[in-house]
Write a protein that binds this ligand. Structure first.
Ligand code: PEP
Length: 251
C-alpha cells in the first residue's frame, strides 16, 4: 500500500516570517492526517526557520533544487548536505520551471537526484509535457524521456527514496487541471516504465504524485485514481486553510 504524499511547492514565495506564520497556523489543521505524508518545498532562505517551526509536527520540509557537488565554486548553488543541515528531508528536482528557465536537463537532474539520495534526502523527480508536446501526441515519449534518463543508473535501494511527480506543464499555474483520467493514463505509463526499469515490486512501491492546478475542489477525484499517490501543489499550497484541505482530502 503506497502512503499518499501531499506536498506544497512554494516556488519563490514566502519570507522567513511568512513561512513560520504558515506553519504555526497549519500545524493543528494537518495534525490529524497520520496516514498521509505532508511536505512543503520552500525557498532556500526560509528552510531553516520553516524546519525549526515544523519540528514536532507531521510537516516535512524540502528544498526546491540542489547541486550535485558536496561543495565548491558554484555561486548561488546549494549542496544536498546544506539542505539536510537546514532540516530538510526531501528535495524537488527537475521542476518544469527549472527545466525551462534554468537549463535543467535530464542529465543534471540525474546527478542532482543521485547526490541528494546519497545525502539521505528523498527526491521528488518531476516530469511532464508541454501543451505543444501533448497536442503533437508526444506525451508518453516526453515523460518516458524524463523518467528514464532522470533515473538512469539508479539502484533498487536508491529507488526507495524516489517519488515521481507527473506535472503536465500546461496545467501548472494555469488553472487547467488534467482530468483524473488524463492523469491516470500517464501515471499508468510511468508505473509500467518503472516496472520495465526496476521490476514490478519497485514499480508498485514507488509513489507518483500529480501536479498541475490541484485545489481543494478537485483533489479528491484526482487522488481517487489508482495510480495517483499524492499531489505536488503550487498556488493552492500557499494558504494554510487551503493546504490543510488538500492534506485532509480523505475527510
Ligand atoms: C507546481 O508548482 O508544481 C504546481 C503544480 O503549481 P500549481 O499547483 O500552482 O499549478
Amino acid at each position: 500500500m503506497r502512503k499518499p504524499f501531499i506536498c506544497g511547492n512554494w516556488k519563490m514565495y514566502k519570507t522567513n516570517a511568512e513561512a513560520v506564520a504558515f506553519v504555526n497556523e497549519a500545524k493543528s489543521l494537518v495534525a490529524g492526517a497520520t496516514d498521509v505524508d505532508v511536505g512543503i518545498g520552500a525557498p532556500a532562505t526560509a528552510l531553516k526557520s520553516l524546519a525549526d517551526a515544523a519540528k514536532g509536527t507531521n510537516i516535512m520540509v524540502g528544498g526546491e533544487n540542489c547541486h550535485w557537488e558536496k561543495e565548491g565554486a558554484f555561486t548561488g548553488e546549494i549542496a544536498p548536505g546544506m539542505l539536510v543541515e537546514c532540516g530538510c528531508s526531501f528535495v524537488i528536482i527537475g521542476h518544469s520551471e527549472r527545466r525551462q528557465y534554468f537549463g535543467e536537463t535530464n542529465e543534471t537532474c540525474n546527478k542532482k537526484a543521485k547526490a541528494a539520495i546519497a545525502n539521505g534526502l528523498t527526491v521528488i523527480l518531476c516530469c511532464g509535457e508541454t501543451l505543444d508536446e501533448r497536442e503533437a501526441g508526444k506525451t508518453t515519449a516526453v515523460v518516458t524521456d524524463h523518467v528514464k534518463n532522470g533515473l538512469a543508473g539508479f539502484t533498487p535501494e536508491e529507488m526507495k527514496k524516489i517519488v515521481i511527480a507527473y506535472e503536465p506543464v500546461w496545467a501548472i499555474g494555469t488553472g487547467k487541471t488534467a482530468t483524473p483520467e488524463q492523469a491516470q493514463e500517464v501515471h499508468a505509463v510511468i508505473r509500467t516504465l518503472l516496472a520495465d526499469m526496476f521490476g514490478k515490486d519497485i514499480a508498485e512501491a514507488t509513489r507518483i504524485q500529480y501536479g498541475g492546478s490541484v485545489k481543494p475542489e478537485n483533489v479528491k477525484e484526482i487522488m481517487a485514481q489508482p495510480d495517483v499517490d499524492g499531489a505536488l501543489v503550487g498556488g493552492a499550497a500557499l494558504k494554510p486553510d487551503s493546504f490543510a484541505k488538500l492534506v485532509n482530502f480523505k475527510a
